[in-house]
Design a binder for this molecule. Structure first.
Ligand code: C5P
Length: 221
């Protein structure tokens, strides 16, 4: 039986991966599928929340009963998150946001020229949305959750990142085969700003999503 412990709450979830365009046909992207974010959106709706899902290039059908805002770039994702976060009880940043974007956008397709080396691509920083919403807190008591994919020193790096971002919870994934990117399964540790550590064993992304909402609901009480 599903407990509607998020009834009357508005939660915002970002999902997928941003695409940073170089020209009308090319972009810099990443391997995020959006599956974890969609699992978070579905489970929050099942627990009674009003859900805004900010979807970056996921190519998945909209989950039933969820408001979906499609975006492409990190700058668009930031706009959508800030708008939705204004009256949100919780924000979960499951999207993989590009840290950098090309400094310039070519209005016409970039051409290769004979006997000429390619132009280097210059990058500029994207805004860190998670750090920004954590510092600003659109609402007092708002619970903010980040995600981090690490390959080594997972817990130590996760703890450092939690402090740097200023969020309440950080879901730390170990990137590996069969795990995380594009997979149906995940394995993670949820670190809390209160020092807590909640391990989530290897299993479906829904199970990790339920654990995240358990921890969020407890903090909203
Ligand atoms: O710093 P890193 O990219 O590892 O942090 C991951 C977390 O920060 C994720 O929750 C991601 O959604 C968020 N993020 C962000 N804005 C960025 C980069 C990451 O909100 N520019």
């Amino acid at each position: 039986p599903v407990v509607p412990d998020l009834a009357g709450r508005h939660v915002v979830v970002s999902a997928g991966g941003t695409r940073e365009p170089l020209d009308p046909v090319r972009f810099l992207g990443n391997r995020s599928s959006g599956k974890q974010g969609y699992a978070l959106a579905r489970t929050a709706a099942a627990r009674g929340a009003r859900v805004t899902l900010i979807a970056a290039n996921t190519g998945m059908p909209d989950p039933a009963g969820v408001d979906v805002v499609p975006v492409e770039t990190a700058v668009q994702l930031r706009e959508a998150v800030l708008k939705a976060a204004a009256d949100a009880d919780a924000v979960v940043m499951a999207a993989a946001v590009a840290d950098f974007r090309p400094a310039t956008y070519a209005a016409g397709k970039i051409k290769k020229k004979d006997n000429q080396d390619p132009e280097p691509i210059t990058l500029v920083r994207n805004p860190d949305i998670l750090a920004e919403i954590s510092a600003e807190r659109a609402r007092s008591g708002q619970v903010i959750v980040g995600f981090a994919a690490e390959t080594d020193d997972v817990l130590a790096n996760g703890r450092t990142k939690l402090e740097r971002k200023g969020c309440d919870l950080l879901v730390v994934n170990e990137v590996g085969e069969r795990k995380t990117f594009g997979s149906e399964e995940n394995e993670a540790v949820v670190l809390g700003a209160d020092g807590s550590e909640t391990p989530v064993p290897y299993g479906p992304k829904e199970a990790l999503a339920e654990t995240v909402w358990d921890l969020v609901a407890r903090r909203l009480e």
